[in-house]
Design a protein around this ligand. Structure first.
Ligand code: ZN
Length: 140
C-alpha cells in the first residue's frame, strides 16, 4: 500500500470530505486518483455525502481547530520571514552581533496550515489586514 493511503486511512470521514473538497489538487495526479478511489470505493463516500458533510461543518458553531474544517491535524513549520526590515519590530531587538554576521538576515517564523484542507491558519508573511479579513469571514 502506498504512503498516502496509509496516511488517509487514519482520517475520519469529515477529514476526508475536506481533503477531497479543498486540498486534493495539491497532490500529484496519480496520487489524486488513488485518494479518490479510496474515498469512493473503500470508504464509500459519494460526492453528495461529501458535499453534505462539508455543508454541515460550515454551519456548525464549533470554533475548534482549523477555521474551515475544524481539524487539529496541522502542519507547523518554519519559513523565512519576509516582512521588510523597516517594518520589523524585531530588528530593534536583534543583537548587533547577529546583524553584523548577516546584515540581510531574515529570521525564521512559524507558519501553520491545515494538513486536511490546506487552509493557512497562520502565515507570518501575511499582512495583518488580510489575516483579520480571513478571521472575520469565518465568524457566524
Ligand atoms: Zn482545515
Amino acid at each position: 500500500m502506498c504512503a498516502i493511503l496509509d496516511l488517509i486511512k487514519q482520517y475520519s470521514d469529515q477529514e476526508l470530505a475536506f481533503l477531497y473538497t479543498y486540498h486534493i489538487e495539491s497532490y500529484m495526479e496519480e496520487t489524486q486518483s488513488q485518494i479518490r478511489d479510496y474515498i469512493r470505493h473503500v470508504r464509500g463516500l459519494s460526492d453528495l455525502t461529501i458535499a453534505q458533510i462539508v455543508e454541515d461543518v460550515a454551519h456548525s458553531s464549533s470554533t475548534l481547530g482549523c477555521p474551515r474544517c475544524h481539524s487539529l491535524n496541522w502542519n507547523i513549520y518554519d519559513v523565512q520571514w519576509e516582512v521588510p526590515l523597516s517594518t520589523r519590530q524585531e530588528s530593534l531587538i536583534q543583537s548587533p552581533i547577529e546583524q553584523e554576521r548577516d546584515p540581510n538576515h531574515f529570521p525564521q517564523k512559524t507558519k501553520i496550515d491545515c494538513n486536511i484542507c490546506g487552509y493557512v491558519i497562520h502565515d507570518p508573511n501575511e499582512s495583518f489586514w488580510t489575516s483579520l479579513k480571513k478571521t472575520v469571514s469565518f465568524k457566524k
